[in-house]
Design a protein around this ligand. Structure first.
Ligand code: GRF
Length: 197
């Protein structure tokens, strides 16, 4: 069984998709061992609790400086002994030490077809605003391994989503989540859990 740790910052709809996929059997050979949020009071924590998954908060506010937070985060991550770490809307820069320790064992979901609309500054609605501004007819989502760059790691899965006339960033964001993110993130976890890599 692959020990999966999910890291979140907000609403956790991707976390929910993972929880639902484990429950339905769309993800096999994987166990959700914990959820770490960097924010208090977010819906992700309720989703974890409702699913009976151990959840905790590691907030920068509880540490004197960034280095202490990074160490606190890594200590908490290590405590779960994860085989795979899933960044599901985790808006914190991953400490380099953690990337070294978990090389090829951290994956991230990004709401565009990398290499379009990715890298520093492309997060949340900004990604979809940029896609609409450029006038692309297809966008989508990407699951990739995390390396020391921003959205530069090896790509695991991608799914394209149509941009429609009249789309707002919010409408497009929702479609990308429904049609791509909530499908390929669980699919990538299932792939890793069953491919022995
Ligand atoms: C998603 O759009 C994801 O691609 C991005 O952050 C958002 C998280 O949404 N990295 P949620 O918290 O899973 O609802």
């Amino acid at each position: 069984m692959l020990r999966v740790l999910v890291m979140v910052s907000g609403g956790g709809t991707n976390l929910q998709a993972i929880i639902d996929s484990v429950k339905s059997g769309d993800i096999t050979n994987a166990e959700l061992v914990g959820v770490i949020s960097n924010n208090y009071g977010v819906k992700s924590l309720d989703r974890a609790k409702n699913a009976g998954i151990d959840a905790c908060v590691v907030s920068p506010k509880d540490f004197p400086d960034r280095a202490a937070f990074n160490q606190g985060l890594l200590d908490k991550v290590n405590s779960y002994k994860p085989d795979l770490i899933v960044l599901a809307g985790f808006l914190v820069v991953i400490p380099e030490k953690m990337i070294d320790e978990y090389e090829n064992r951290i994956i991230n979901i990004h709401p565009s077809l990398i290499p379009s609309f990715c890298g520093t500054g492309y997060y949340g609605l900004k990604v979809h605003e940029a896609a609409l501004e450029r006038g692309v007819k297809l966008t989508g989502a990407t699951v990739h391994y995390v390396d020391k760059g921003t959205d530069t790691g090896p790509i695991i899965m991608q799914k394209a989503v149509e941009v429609r006339p009249g789309d707002t960033p919010e409408v497009l964001q929702r479609r990308v989540m429904e049609e791509a993110e909530w499908k390929i993130l669980p699919a990538a976890i299932n792939y890793i859990a069953n491919s022995g890599c």
